[in-house]
Design a protein around this ligand. Structure first.
Ligand code: ADP
Length: 686
C-alpha cells in the first residue's frame, strides 16, 4: 500500500512546503500593508484636521470682526442722530442752524447734506457737504421727495429716527452715489434729514483696520452689492466671507466682509507643518523598516538554506563526527557516529571523559592521557591516530581518529572536533593479504624443498655408503684372525671416527633442510651475516656440486649483525644463489663461479661512498657468470609466476623483493663483468 504512495508524497511534500512559505510571506505582507494604510489614513486625517482648524479659526475671526463692525456702525449712527438733534438745541433760527450744520458737515464726511424741514416736510434750511460737489438739485428736494417722505413717515409713526432704503443718485458722467436718508423728528413738529453716502459710512464709521487686506461692502438682503471699500481680491487666494444684517428702523442693510488668505492651505500654520514633517519622518521610518525586514528575511532564508545544507551533509557522510567542549563533554554527534558505536545521540550527549560509554574500560587510562595532553594545548597529529572504540554490545573495533580544534567566529577555541573512521574492514583485508602472502611464501619454500629432495637423496647416498662400508670394514676387522691387537684397535677406532664424521655430515644435511622448512615465528632478531650465509651454504653447495659450480665467499671483517627475519632472508639468499647457478647451467666453455659477498653499504639504496648513514646497512651480493638477463626478461623479472625455466614457478624473485622491502632494504641487479648478473640487497644493521 505504502510503496506507490511514497513517490507521490515525495513529490507533494516540497510543493506543500513552498505553499506554506508563500502563505506566511503573504500574511506578513498583509500586515505591512495594513500598517502602511493605517499610518497613511492617520496622516491624511491629521493634515485635514489641521487645515480645517485653521479655516475655522480664520472664519471665526472674520465673523467676530464683522459683528464688531456692525455694532460700530450702529453706535456711529446713533451718535450722529444725537449730534443732529443737538444742532437745534437752544432754539435757533435758520441762519444759526445752517452755520451749525455747515460745521457738522466738515466733521462728518459721511453726510452729503443736512436739511431742516417743517412738519409738512417743506425745507426750512439745507446745507451741502463741503467735500463734494452738490449732487442734489434743490428742486428735487421738495416735500414730495419719495425717500425722505418714506423715512419721515416711518419716523413719525415710530416716534424715533428712521431711515430710507438706499437709493442711487446719479451724478455727472454716468457715475452716481448710493444714498440713504435718515429722518429725525424734532420737538415742535419738524424733521432733520441727513443724506448718508453709503460708501462714506464704511470709510468713516468703521475702523480703518477692517478694510485692510479685505473687502467691506454693503449689500441688499438678496446679496446685491451696493458699495464696497478695501483691497480687491488677489489671484491665488481663498475667500472667507462673513455677513451680518444691520436692521435699521425703516431700512435693512447687509454688511459683508470678504477676507482672503493665501491658497493652497496645505501648510497653513506651524502645527500643520510640524505634523507633516513628523508624518514624512514616520513614512520614511516605515520604508526603512520594511527594507530592513526584507533584508533580514533574505538573510534568514540564506541562513536556513546553509543550515539545511550543512545538516544534510553531516547526516549523509559516513565518517563519524563528534564535537567536544573544552571540558571534554560531547556537544554534538552525527548519525554516522551513533551508528558506528550503537548509542543514540541522547545517550552520548553531555557525557564527559569519565563516563564516555564507547570507551573500553581497559583503555580508559590511555584516553585520559590523551585528553590531558589536549587540554595542555598539545596539537593532535595531522595524520590522525588509531584507537579502539566499544559498541553498545561490548564488541571492540579499531578506529582512525582525526582531531582538530574548534575555532569560533571570534577566533577563540571552544572545543575539539574529531572525525572517526571505522577501520575494522580495512584491518580484515590487511590480515587476509598477510595470511595469503605467508601461505605463498610457505608454498614457495616447499617447492624449493621438493627440488632439494632429489639432491638430498643423491648427496646422502655418499655418506651413507661410506658409513656402510666403514661399518662392514670394522666388522671385518673385528672378526679377522691373525691381526695384531693394537693395529686392529687403531684401525677400528679410525673407522668408527669416520662413521661418526659421515653420520654427522648426513645429519647436518638433513638438519639444514629441516631448519629451512620448519616454520618459525616471524620475529626479527639480530643475526650475524656469517650465520645467515652459513645456514644456506650446505644447501647451496649441494646444488653447486651437481652443476659443477665453484662457490667463492667474501665476507668483510668485523661485520655488525643485521636485524631480520632469519628464515626469510635465508630463503632470499638461497633463491638468488640458485638462480645464479641455474643461469650458469648452460653448455659451453668457461668457468662456473658463484661469488657471495657481504659488505657495509652506504645506505639502504646501496650506493657506494660513506654517508652519515653508512654504518647502518649491509649489502649482500650474489654474482654469477651466467647467461645474463635480456631486455624482455628484465621487463617482467619481478612479475609473479614469470619464469623461463620449464620447472620454474616464477615466484622466487618477487618474494625476494617483498621480503627485502619488508625489512626496509632494496633489491636490485646489474650486469656482471665479464658476463653474468649481480643481484644485491641491503639489510639494516642492529
Ligand atoms: P624461477 O627461479 O622459479 O624461474 P625466479 O622469480 O627466481 O623464478 O626467476 C625468474 C626468472 O628470472 C628466471 O626464470 C630467469 O629467467 C631469470 N633469472 C633470475 N635470476 C637470474 C640470473 N642470475 N641470471 C639470469 N637470469 C635470471
Amino acid at each position: 500500500m505504502s510503496a506507490p504512495a511514497l513517490p507521490v508524497a515525495r513529490v507533494l511534500r516540497p510543493a506543500f512546503a513552498r505553499l506554506r512559505l508563500l502563505r506566511s510571506a503573504w500574511r506578513r505582507w498583509q500586515l505591512w500593508l495594513l500598517l502602511a494604510m493605517l499610518v497613511l489614513a492617520l496622516l491624511v486625517t491629521v493634515v485635514w484636521l489641521a487645515g480645517r482648524h485653521e479655516v475655522e479659526q480664520t472664519q471665526s475671526v472674520l465673523d467676530r470682526d464683522t459683528a464688531d463692525a456692525v455694532s460700530d456702525l450702529r453706535d456711529g449712527m446713533q451718535r450722529n442722530v444725537q449730534t443732529l438733534r443737538a444742532s437745534l438745541a437752544g432754539g435757533v433760527d435758520r441762519e444759526q442752524w445752517e452755520n451749525r450744520a455747515a460745521a457738522l458737515l466738515r466733521d462728518h464726511r459721511e453726510w452729503l447734506r443736512l436739511e431742516w424741514r417743517d412738519a409738512a416736510l417743506k425745507p426750512i434750511g439745507m446745507v451741502d457737504s463741503p467735500y463734494r460737489r452738490r449732487i442734489f438739485e434743490p428742486d428735487d428736494r421738495g416735500p414730495g421727495q419719495p425717500d425722505v417722505e418714506q423715512a419721515c413717515a416711518s419716523a413719525r409713526k415710530l416716534g424715533t429716527p428712521a431711515y430710507s432704503p438706499s437709493h442711487y443718485v446719479p451724478v455727472i458722467q454716468g457715475t452716481g452715489l448710493e444714498v440713504m436718508e435718515v429722518c429725525v423728528p424734532v420737538e415742535g413738529g419738524g424733521y432733520l434729514v441727513a443724506a448718508y453716502s453709503l460708501r462714506d459710512i464704511l470709510g468713516e464709521l468703521l475702523a480703518p483696520m477692517l478694510s485692510r487686506g479685505q473687502e467691506v461692502a454693503f449689500t441688499e438682503a438678496d446679496g446685491t452689492r451696493l458699495v464696497a471699500i478695501g483691497a480687491p481680491r488677489r489671484i491665488g487666494t481663498r475667500v472667507f466671507s462673513a455677513q451680518q444684517l444691520i436692521d435699521l428702523p425703516g431700512a435693512t442693510l447687509m454688511l459683508r466682509v470678504d477676507g482672503w488668505r493665501a491658497v493652497p492651505d496645505l501648510f497653513p500654520n506651524m502645527l500643520t507643518a510640524l505634523v507633516t514633517a513628523i508624518s514624512i519622518a514616520l513614512v520614511s521610518v516605515l520604508v526603512l523598516l520594511a527594507r530592513d525586514t526584507r533584508r533580514r528575511q533574505r538573510a534568514e532564508g540564506d541562513l536556513a538554506d546553509a543550515l539545511a545544507f550543512r545538516k544534510a551533509m553531516e547526516d549523509s557522510v559516513i565518517t563519524g563526527l563528534r564535537a567536544r567542549d573544552l571540558q571534554g563533554r560531547i556537544t554534538y554527534v552525527n548519525p554516522a557516529f551513533c551508528e558506528m558505536v550503537g548509542f543514540s545521540a541522547e545517550e552520548l550527549m553531555g557525557s564527559s571523559d569519565v563516563d564516555v560509554p564507547y570507551w573500553p574500560t581497559e583503555l580508559a587510562h590511555e584516553y585520559q592521557r590523551r585528553q590531558a595532553a589536549r587540554l595542555a594545548g598539545g596539537t593532535p597529529p595531522r595524520e590522525g591516530f588509531e584507537s579502539v572504540f566499544m559498541r553498545k554490545d561490548g564488541s571492540r573495533f579499531p578506529v582512525l581518529i582525526f582531531e582538530a580544534p574548534l575555532i569560533n567566529a571570534l577566533g577563540s577555541q571552544t572545543g575539539w572536533m574529531s572525525a572517526s573512521i571505522d577501520i575494522s574492514e580495512q584491518r580484515r583485508v590487511e590480515e587476509l593479504s598477510r595470511a595469503s602472502q605467508e601461505r605463498l611464501q610457505a608454498s614457495a619454500r616447499l617447492a624449493t624443498v621438493g627440488e632439494m629432495a632429489s639432491l638430498l637423496s643423491h648427496e646422502l647416498t655418499q655418506p651413507l655408503a661410506a658409513i656402510a662400508s666403514y661399518a662392514s670394514g670394522s666388522l671385518n676387522l673385528l672378526h679377522a684372525e691373525g691381526a695384531t691387537r693394537a693395529r686392529e684397535h687403531e684401525e677400528v677406532a679410525m673407522a668408527v671416527r669416520r662413521i661418526a664424521e659421515q653420520a654427522d655430515r648426513a645429519g647436518q644435511v638433513i638438519r639444514s633442510v629441516h631448519d629451512f622448512v620448519r616454520r618459525r615465528d616471524r620475529t626479527r632478531e639480530a643475526v650475524a651475516p656469517q650465520a645467515l650465509v652459513e645456514a644456506v651454504l650446505p644447501l647451496v653447495r649441494l646444488q653447486a656440486r651437481k652443476l659443477g659450480v665453484r662457490i667463492e665467499l667474501a665476507l668483510e671483517d668485523a661485520l655488525p649483525a643485521v636485524v631480520c627475519d632469519r628464515t626469510l632472508v635465508e630463503q632470499v639468499l638461497l633463491n638468488l644463489a640458485r638462480n645464479g647457478m641455474q643461469a650458469m647451467d648452460t653448455p659451453g666453455p668457461g668457468e662456473r663461479v658463484l661469488r657471495l659477498r657481504v659488505a657495509r653499504a652506504a645506505s639502504a639504496g646501496g650506493a657506494a661512498g660513506g654517508g652519515p648513514d653508512a654504518r647502518r646497512w649491509l649489502e649482500f651480493s650474489v654474482a654469477d657468470l651466467g647467461c645474463g638477463i635480456s631486455e624482455e626478461v628484465a621487463a617482467r623479472l619481478f612479475t609473479p609466476f614469470f619464469t623461463t625455466r620449464a620447472d620454474g614457478m616464477g615466484l622466487g624473485l618477487s618474494l625476494c623483493r617483498t621480503v627485502v622491502e619488508q625489512h626496509g632494504g632494496v633489491l636490485m641487479y646489474e650486469p656482471h663483468r665479464p658476463r653474468g648478473t649481480v643481484f644485491r640487497f641491503t639489510l639494516p644493521t642492529a
